[in-house]
Design a binder for this molecule. Structure first.
Ligand code: ATR
Length: 283
């Protein structure tokens, strides 16, 4: 029997998950597997989840706008999804469908891959933004041992809700206009807002107070080098772009569905970049 997996979202046309997983299916010679896009309007989400196995799917990825609704609809979750109340990966277990969340794993794995010298426990981290991605990243950074998480968000109440909901132990909230002062003594600066994305305004914060050894990363990957990463690189900070998070978050799902732990290779990165109409940038 063909083992089918899908990515469900609404709309779903832009998802790069099929490209990533079908590359691995080919690379590892998994003959009976296929990964598809499934456009699921919100009003059909619950029925889709109920029928998923009957339609031949052994699992799924979940993207915008369904991550929270899938969490609510499923009976079982792993610890990370339970903490985030959001699901990006569905696995069929003996007990039925289980919701997992690998976004935070992908974020950390990307840093370990591209900046192996960096340690979360070495100092405070500064996170710009407090949306869904920020939640996954804050939880993962705390789990990695970050001693303090400084959250800078335009809407302060949203940052406060993030800290409350995740019960972050060592978080500090900064006003958006105070971003520059949050950077003093920091060991990591991560942008989780949409600023800097193609078509959006650039992030415009002064990096003057940021230590030169601090790692700077962005979850925006179109363009690959955002204005933030360019400014950081110009003053000598190590930087990591956001494409690797997308690639690494796919690893645990593929392993759970097909029993092979796939590698994030330069070849896969080039494939996704080409699909986005981008080429690797040379420093
Ligand atoms: P995601 O789930 O992808 O993280 P999101 O939940 O829409 O997306 O979150 C977007 C983040 O970008 C939020 O932190 C948002 O700030 P608010 O909480 O104040 O809305 C931030 N953001 C978006 N546009 C912004 C802008 N023009 N200036 C500052 N922050 C912005």
């Amino acid at each position: 029997m063909i083992r089918k997996v899908c990515v469900m979202g609404w709309p779903i046309t832009h998802s790069r998950s099929p490209l990533i997983h079908n590359h691995w299916i080919k690379t590892y010679g998994i003959a009976d597997a296929v990964y598809e896009r499934l456009a699921v309007p919100p009003q059909e989400l619950n029925a889709t989840l109920r029928s998923l196995n009957d339609w031949g799917f052994i699992g799924a990825n979940v993207t915008v706008p369904h991550k929270e609704a899938v969490f609510a609809a499923l009976m079982r979750h792993d610890a990370v999804a339970a903490r985030l109340k959001a699901v990006n990966t569905i696995v069929t277990t003996d007990m039925g469908l289980e919701g997992r969340n690998t976004d935070g794993y992908g974020f950390i794995a990307n840093l370990k891959d591209r900046a192996p010298f960096w340690l979360a426990s070495d100092g405070p981290v500064v996170m710009l933004g407090a949306g869904g991605a920020a939640r996954a990243i804050a939880a993962a950074l705390e789990a990695e041992g970050a001693p303090e998480i400084r959250i800078v968000n335009r809407t302060r109440t949203r940052a406060a809700a993030l800290v409350d909901d995740l019960k972050l132990k060592a978080a500090r909230i900064y006003e958006w206009t105070d971003a520059a002062s949050a950077l003093a003594g920091a060991n990591l600066l991560v942008n989780t807002t949409t600023l800097g994305m193609k078509g959006e305004r650039d992030l415009d914060i002064s990096l003057d107070a940021l230590p030169a050894r601090a790692l700077v990363t962005d979850i925006v990957y179109t363009p690959l080098e955002t204005a933030l990463l360019r400014a950081a690189r110009a003053r000598g900070n190590p930087t990591v772009d956001g494409l690797g998070m997308l690639l690494h978050q796919a690893v645990p799902g593929f392993e759970a569905w097909f029993g092979v732990r796939p590698q994030v290779t330069p070849e896969l990165r080039a494939l996704v970049l080409a699909d986005m109409g981008l080429a690797e940038e040379k420093n």
